[in-house]
Write a protein that binds this ligand. Structure first.
Ligand SMILES: [Zn+2]
Length: 502
């Protein structure tokens, strides 16, 4: 990029920022960097410039970079939810492409800063990930690269199984170590969570028969039970009958981190790192349609307000139509989000008779309404509340599936389309699996339960994931689910995955 171009880009950024502020967009300080394609694609594959290394990121890089090299697709934007906010521009982009990206990412930053679901994310994740990556490198040095990588493979295979709502209503952040409660079990107690706070409270010697009242977890009773066989007497024999966990536990990573008996400290730390990263990425998965729709809505308006030459206007129009191009076979989040925000704005600006009389909407409140939605909603509530019959028909949204050798439209009824879309987004699209029993058969085995709501698990994937869970837990693992309307129990105890109907 020539010096002149950089200068022009800087001037454009000032203008774009002023226009965005004029529209009441509210973002952190922004830092832009211009990167060559291989750097930008590395960041894209890693999800963050400072993250630890893993072979799967290399795989993602090669896929994306090959598509770029063959001109099949390209990343235009890369923006990080942090304060200050970092955004990366592709060196090979034209000036107008980079102007559009700048306008687009300002709106993303406004969304990160103001949307409710991002309020609990760490804004210093660039630094945290860098520190975590250093720790993982040290573990590789100490325990061998293969061992660490193989452990990472297992943790990453179940990384989405956290509970993002676990601490809602509590003051501490979701990933605060204090949430684990109970006893640290320093080195002598075999639990090894490595909590410094615990050492301060005198359980350094591994005497874990007591619990810290201010840090009690739902599992403390079980922890006591766990030690009965070591010569301690139970004060209350009925405790033996207590369930472990008391309530089904959705946070599989946390459960294994806390109660996996054979894990070493470095392994618990790796689980904690991956879990913390997932908390950071989760709101982005929950708001993909809204966030892209919001950024597209604003880049369109900001670019319209810029002093563009005729040639630039034409180039921008082509670019923008490429971004929102709808597809017959997949939902484009840029398109759907943009159209829905525009539809809502219009409905609140010019309410129909029913909206005026029944809901008392005076009109002219469109902009206010979409700002309210960007603050309070996620994709599920956005679609469930705002997708109407009129909108589904207008945008021609339908469900399709493969029938024989052909793809066919199978549903156009707007409520079914809406409900199916919403259902596919529950738990960010991942199966809802809980720990039902952490001491199954009184043998310390792990019994997982899939909350089946119509979508079957991918058995191929399941059979490859269960051995990873076994590796983390260190004892046989079970997973109950439903296939062909029948309850099925999959299990793995070190040799091969078996299945039986229950
Ligand atoms: Zn975007």
């Amino acid at each position: 990029m020539s010096i002149n171009e950089k200068y022009e880009l800087e001037k454009a950024l000032e203008q774009i920022t002023a226009i965005a502020k004029g529209y009441n967009l509210d973002f952190y300080d922004m830092y832009f960097e211009i990167c060559p394609a291989d750097i930008l694609y590395t960041f894209g594959a890693y999800g963050m410039p400072t993250r630890f290394s893993h072979w799967s990121f290399g795989k993602a890089y090669h896929k994306m970079k090959t598509q770029y090299d063959y001109n099949l697709s390209r990343i235009y934007e890369m923006v990080i939810n942090s304060d200050p906010c970092y955004a990366f521009l592709l060196e090979g982009n034209s000036l107008i492409q980079n102007k559009m990206v700048m306008a687009h990412v300002l709106a993303h930053c406004d969304f990160f800063k103001n949307n409710y679901y991002f309020q609990r994310t760490s804004r210093q994740m660039v630094e945290s990930m860098s520190v975590a990556a250093q720790r993982i490198r040290q573990y590789e040095f100490a325990h061998g690269r293969e061992k660490v990588e193989s452990f990472l493979d297992s943790v990453i295979s179940i990384q989405e199984h956290i509970d993002p709502y676990r601490d809602i209503g509590k003051n501490e952040p979701a990933i605060e170590k204090s949430e684990s409660g109970g006893c640290c079990g320093g080195e002598g107690c075999g639990k090894g969570c490595g909590k410094d706070s615990c050492k301060d409270k005198g359980c350094e010697g591994g005497n874990c028969g007591h619990t810290h009242s201010e840090q009690e977890s739902p599992y403390d009773d079980l922890w006591k039970l766990d030690h009965l066989g070591e010569g301690q007497e139970s004060k209350d024999d009925t405790q033996k009958a207590k369930k472990f966990p008391k309530k089904p536990e959705k946070d599989l990573l946390l459960f294994i981190m806390e109660y996996g008996r054979d894990l070493e400290d470095w392994q618990r730390d790796i689980i904690s790192i991956i879990r913390e990263e997932m908390f950071y990425f989760w709101p982005q998965m929950q708001t993909k349609i809204m966030n892209e729709g919001w950024a597209t809505y604003w880049h369109l308006r900001i670019m319209r307000d810029m002093d563009l030459t005729e040639e630039e206007s034409l180039e921008f129009a082509k670019l923008h139509s490429g971004v929102i191009q709808s597809s017959k076979v997949r939902l484009n989040p840029y398109f759907l989000g943009l159209k829905l925000f525009e539809y809502i704005e219009k409905r609140w600006d010019e309410p129909g008779e029913e909206d005026r009389i029944k809901y008392g909407r005076p009109g002219g409140e469109g902009r206010e309404k979409i700002f309210e939605i960007r603050e309070l909603d996620n994709d599920i509530s956005f679609l469930r509340n705002c997708l109407t019959e009129e909108f589904v028909e207008q945008e021609d949204i339908y469900l399709y599936k493969k029938v024989g050798y052909e793809w066919k439209i199978v549903e156009k009824d707007w409520q079914k389309v809406r409900d199916s879309l919403v259902a596919s987004m529950v738990n960010s699209g991942f199966p809802y699996i809980v720990v039902q029993d952490g001491d199954y058969g009184k043998r310390g085995e792990l019994y997982l339960h899939h909350a089946y709501e119509g979508a079957e698990l991918d058995v191929y994937y399941l059979e490859r994931t269960l051995p990873h869970v076994y590796k983390l837990w260190g004892r046989p693992v079970y997973l109950e689910t439903v296939l062909d309307s029948k309850k099925v129990l999959f299990s793995y105890s070190g040799e091969k995955v078996s299945k039986k109907f229950v």
